[in-house]
Design a binder for this molecule. Sequence first.
Ligand code: UN1
Length: 513
Amino acid sequence: LRTDIAAALQQLGIESENAAASSGSEWFGMTGALREVHSPADGALIASVHMADEAAYETILTRAQEAFPVWRSTPAPVRGEVVRQIGVKLRHYKEALGQLVTYEMGKVLSEGLGEVQEMIDICDFAVGQSRQLYGLTMHSERPSHRMYEQYHPLGPIGIISAFNFPVAVWSWNAMLAAVCGDVCIWKPSEKTPLTAIACQRIVAQVLQENDLPEGIFNLIVGDATIGKKMAEDRRLPLVSATGSTRMGQSVGQAVGARLGRSLLELGGNNAIIITPHADLELAIRATAFGAVGTCGQRCTTTRRLIVHEYVYEEVKNRLLRVYEQLRIGDPLKGDTLVGPLIDRQAVETMQRALEQVKAEGGNVLVGGEPLQGSGYESGTYVRPALVEAENHYATVQEETFAPILYLIRYEGEIEKAIALQNDVRQGLSSALFSLNIHETEAFLSHAGSDCGIANINIGTSGAEIGGAFGGEKETGGGRESGSDAWKAYMRRQTNTINYGRQLPLAQGVSFDI
Ligand code: UN1
């Protein structure tokens, strides 16, 4: 193993063979099947992890249930103090954890570090939130009555996260859930379990230092059968899941069948619109980052570029120049812009999508091919593709988790572009580049973008944690991270208190006994 990674693993407490499940610092499940984790960067074996079996799952659930009554009775600002300490520890481990995110997942180092920064940011946000779990007060229609609402902890919650943000999306959920008084059970993607194990170890230190029950934060590494168990488990009142629409449909249906709550953050098919009034310099930069950043593996990745015919040729030529110069390679190397895809299967999926779009009439302008030769031995590197296509193509309607940008031409007014942008089943992120107020306001109006995120003169990806994150339609409707997303992790209770000596009924109803 390369020495920088060996040092990071050691600092983070990752062993060559790791247990499947953990409650704080206790580890269980050394008997399940062993899964090897290889780096997409160079194909090297990083470490192995046992996959959780039924027994490990039950142990984790029990630990979580035991910890919940203690944690929910801990005052919210004290819970916030624990999260503050997690944020401090994350700062300490930022370099090592960021490196491991990069090596295990493949995103370039500045994004690996950025992902850890996103965790630190949500910790800080959650600390403040811990003193602001506000409910409203209402004026009662009855004399000598008052009404208010309060938010109570919900219970043990399940968090299912995806490989592409192997740790940040967990932290959005877990840190808010923690200040809300919930305990959590985290199933990371089985493609990226090592960064999850590292986070669990960091959090365990804080729990121990504060003499808290270890079952407040739990980890379980398993495949889809564990995810299914979580979705069906009545002991988990909320399951938050991030991943493909197909995964979300099965989780959502299973949770719905028991009338539990699910918080879904699923696929996107995000577009940038470039109008004749755009600052093209900004638009090109934002498009490049949105389309090829993270090798096209963000749920917010720019997948469609809807360009007005007046500027279409210029945008196309400028993008071609950018695509021809992209530095593709080792994600740990400082100046790399595009790292590998997560695995060879992702490369095949990308190839299939390109074949399909060509068959539908699409024109591949540049890229798409898997890269070979020195530095690319892992077979996971591709050249990002720029493809002229039409919005209605079946391939364009799908989210392919790879760097393929579809160039779509529009004519006429902004409403035409908005209609194209909305004409997909997903509704996560969207952006418009224009300096014309008629266009920008139309895009943000009720008749504008139908997405959960709509931006002006910045791209579709790279949201800050302060806003609510999520989207509509097949994206699943959930909102995580900032704003009032914390409410999803609590149960609301409406309280009416009578401090008078009469019992007036609401709506003027009389009932004399
Ligand atoms: C995801 O891809 O699941 O807005 C999350 C962004 C990041 C989060 C992406 N802050 O691109």
